[in-house]
Design a protein around this ligand. Sequence first.
Ligand code: BDR
Ligand code: CA
Length: 311
Amino acid sequence: ATPMILDCDPGHDDALALLLAAADPRIELLAITTVAGNQTLDKTTVNARRICTIAGITDVPVAAGCAAPLVGELRVAPEIHGASGLDGPTLGEPTVPVVDEHAVALIRRILLDHPEPVTLVPTGPLTNIATLLRDHPEVAPRIREIVFMGGSTGRGNVTPYGEFNVAVDPEAADIVLRSGLPVTMCGLNITHQALATRDVIARFQRLDTDLARFCVDLMTFFATTYETVFGLADPPLHDPIAVARVIDPSIVACVPAPVAVELAGTHTRGATVVDLHHRTAAPDNANVAMRLDAEPFWDLVVGAVARLAPT
Ligand code: BDR
Ligand code: CA
């Protein structure tokens, strides 16, 4: 199994990414770390603990990380994820604890201790990962790959050209993309191929477990906000794609390309500038996810939820 750390900001789609990472036998999930993004750090952390509690994930440490981007103020997304960051289902008090160690310190310690290089999968703003690379450069050889959800080869979702995770902390994304490490970007161009259609939601419904009902409530709420904000009937389930890429790379087809983050920009701060046709002299620094094989993707996600809570 591939050793992996999930760095997330749950978040409806982060929740499904977490379940997939915890359940799939091809992943050895070493830690779940949280960052401010969809909601404040306190909320994303309690949400991660809630998801673990509901799914019976009790053997993976949960650690809280950075509460604000490297530069500027935090922007949260209540219009998409609600006031809690995980609106929709009834949310109980979590019993899974948060560990007494900062996420960046925990990731560093795991990287240095683990016998094999570890894959990092960030599905929120890249603040924790950039802080790690900036403050602890000795960990770089211990990172096998960074597979993040964020950016876009085309348009954005939080500004016309800015995708949320990159636009919330552009300097962090810039540090990751210029790290020289193997980086894979799963942006909006591919995540909009993972639509939680009515048929998909019905597959979860048929599992008929408490965890599946939790997922149905999450996706139903997510569908409502996506309809209101974007006029999209079926919401894209962004974050699990990065996890799926680690589980089975054949599901997420990528091409190498130069990717830069717009840090200035009058209208485009936080945009990812992807030179797909190599029109500049910039060297390739990322693998860019382009095409999703949607059927096996949904099989993975539904299968994970079935495996975690068989009753
Ligand atoms: C990303 O932003 C968040 O709202 C989602 O959880 C996802 O990680 C999509 O732009
Ligand atoms: Ca997210």
